[in-house]
Design a protein around this ligand. Structure first.
Ligand SMILES: *Cc1c(COP(=O)(O)O)cnc(C)c1O
Length: 391
């Protein structure tokens, strides 16, 4: 059976986890800090905060940015629902804008149209997604966001190691914090780096970084400079006693465990090899499908693409999907547009609201894409697709 994506666990990974399990720490141990530092250095951001999963990362971001009931935030409908849900967790309103039909990414012109149609201050933030691994042009989004006083959360779950080219011709890595206020990653097994469950937030803002650390652990503060109760209250004499701590905000337990961080750290060492392999697989697919009449559209070679997914838009998608399954190839559909999920329909979203996203959904299919996909397996996938259309 050939899935659309899968993890790659090596003997080194297993050894790293076993070592962590034998250490003094199961959670909040030294591997977490090590993973954060290695990840920040890989991505090029100043700070990184490891958390329980990508969804927790999004929720913490929304909290750190102060999202509250009545706030309006713009995002794309072609993403995993969590990209939008984090705003709802804080009582904010999700406003969808359509995708660009060529890139499948949140269309900046549609976002501008929304922002310009209301008085400044109507919208608080924008959440672009590096969908499939294709990097959003965040330099342009930053300019637009600044014009309207918006923050940006970059959902980079699909794009660790991916990059876009800025206007000076420099490569800007997804999540490097140069443009977005905060970025998030997931270490779910289908993503580039697996830690079981796991996530990471990256940022260049010291202030947001400090907030995230506190919110990740129940809103508890442990350093005496930040205490607001008096020493007398704390039970100390000239200083706060060493057991003393304060819960100053309503935080959560969104910590990752030490052995998950050990796995993530071990996986991170092979991130570049995995990315290289994903790009090889993509170029073989690109070559095989070039100019084929069953394609509705094709992105071809894209500089900086991290290829979490390899997406085609095709004719007779359902029949192809079923045909592939009969041949033990489990392609997948990414994504059912979020605005048409029953939960979001209650806010008035309906068919026809996002024509490009909805048309994309009617034709898209994600082919097997993961570093351990063998050449033979990939050729079998290609041959099966060709047989379906050309037989
Ligand atoms: C996987 C994913 C998430 C959520 O990550 P989890 O670790 O599964 O919570 C959020 N956004 C996107 C785009 C994702 O692909």
């Amino acid at each position: 059976m050939i899935p659309y994506g899968r993890q790659n666990i090596t003997e080194d990974d297993i050894e790293a986890v076993v070592e962590a399990l034998k250490s003094d720490y199961l959670t909040q141990g030294p591997k977490i800090k090590e993973f954060e530092e290695a990840f920040a250095s890989y991505i090029g951001s100043r700070y990184a905060v490891a958390v329980a999963n990508g969804t927790a990362a999004l929720h913490l971001n929304a909290l750190a940015l102060g999202v509250k009931p009545g706030d309006k935030v713009i995002t794309t409908p072609i993403t995993f629902a969590a990209s939008a849900n984090c705003i709802r967790y804080c009582g904010g309103e999700v406003v969808f804008a359509d995708i660009n039909p060529e890139t499948y990414l949140l269309d900046i012109a549609s976002v501008r149209k929304l922002l310009e149609a209301s008085p400044k201050g109507t919208y608080q933030g924008i959440i672009p997604v590096d969908f499939a691994g294709r990097a959003v042009d965040l330099e342009s989004f930053r300019k637009l966001a600044d014009e309207f006083g918006c923050w940006i959360i970059e959902d980079s779950c699909h794009s660790p190691g991916g990059s876009f080219c800025d206007s000076d011709g420099n490569k800007q890595r997804c999540g490097n914090g140069n443009y977005a206020d905060l970025a998030i990653f997931s270490f779910h097994p289908v993503k580039h780096i697996a830690s079981g469950e796991g996530g990471m937030i990256t940022t260049n803002s010291e202030e947001l970084y400090q907030k995230l650390l506190i919110l990740r652990t129940h809103g508890i503060v442990k350093s005496s400079e930040l205490f607001t109760n008096s020493i007398a209250f704390s039970g100390g004499m000239d200083s706060y006693p060493s057991w003393y701590m304060e819960m100053q905000e309503l935080g959560y337990n969104y910590r990752i465990t030490d052995f998950q961080a050990a796995l993530g750290l071990s996986q991170l060492k092979r991130a570049d090899d995995g990315l290289k392999r994903r790009r090889e697989i993509a170029s073989i697919y690109n070559e095989a499908f070039k100019g084929k009449s069953f394609l509705k559209g094709q992105s071809g070679v894209v500089e900086g693409h991290a290829y979490h997914l390899y997406v085609l838009e095709v004719e007779r998608r359902l029949e192809l999907y079923n045909f592939l399954r009969e041949h033990q190839i489990f392609a997948q559909i990414h994504y059912i547009p979020t605005h048409l999920m029953p939960y979001y329909r209650q806010f008035g979203w309906k068919e026809g609201d996002m024509p490009f996203a909805e048309n994309y959904y009617n034709h898209c299919i994600s082919l097997p894409m993961y570093p351990t996909l063998t050449e033979d397996q990939q050729q079998f996938v290609i041959k099966t697709i060709m047989n379906f259309y050309e037989a």
